[in-house]
Write a new protein. Sequence first.
Length: 277
Amino acid sequence: MTYCVGLKLNQGLVFMSDTLTNAGIDNVNTNKKMFFWSNKNERSVVLLTSGNLATSQATINLINEAIDNPNNDNDNILKTKSMFQVARIFGKILRNISNEYSSDGQVGENPYSSTLILGGQIAGQEHRLFLIYPEGNFIEASEDQSFFQIGETKYGKPIIVRALEKHSNFGDAIKLLLVSFDSTMKANVSVGMPIDVCTLKKDDFEFNNQIRIEKNDPYFEKISNSWGEALKKSIKELPPFNFKFFVRIMVSWKLKIKAFTGNFIILSIICMINILG
């Protein structure tokens, strides 16, 4: 399994991915799921991958072959006019590979399918973030949906939903994602270290901020421990739970329901008498 997140902030884009891959308990490996392409001072593209590793790697290899082929500008992501066209290229290649591997044409349920998060910027245009489905179609981040997740998303999503702010700086956003990843890894052993992190500042086309957080990293352990302690403290500071209060409410509602039911029966009898009378 995988966990990858892409954020679109006012300041730029933030990407984070785990690196654990497995094909059963006897075949656990580390493989990067974050990839980069750029033309200096003109564009930068970042990709996060989830799903079948062979499909993801085949997609990336075909993208690289198109870049290296001077006669194939149609699929060259470094020569498109917009990030939307970049997303279309990735979607087309991903779907073609999935269809090639699929025996029944059901791409979404195909065990060979992959899902992608794509982000980047072209000079003179806005920084953009996309979620590309195995079928090749995609959606774009917006004012209402400023982040995407792929892989094992359910454990870390509530943390992002509650705390993400589009005007957050990169440092606060990374701390938020590290808490999200920590919670995910606590709940699911198929997501694991190391964690790759990248930020892409708006109108800056250099990948200057790329790091890999290894297992037993002191800063990550401090984030994990601090979050755990803060959560315990916050639980204790919540309003106390009172069983008697809820019992009174339940009794009150039962009495109201009973009275309503009795009145309804009486009203029904009166109506029947009037109808028959």
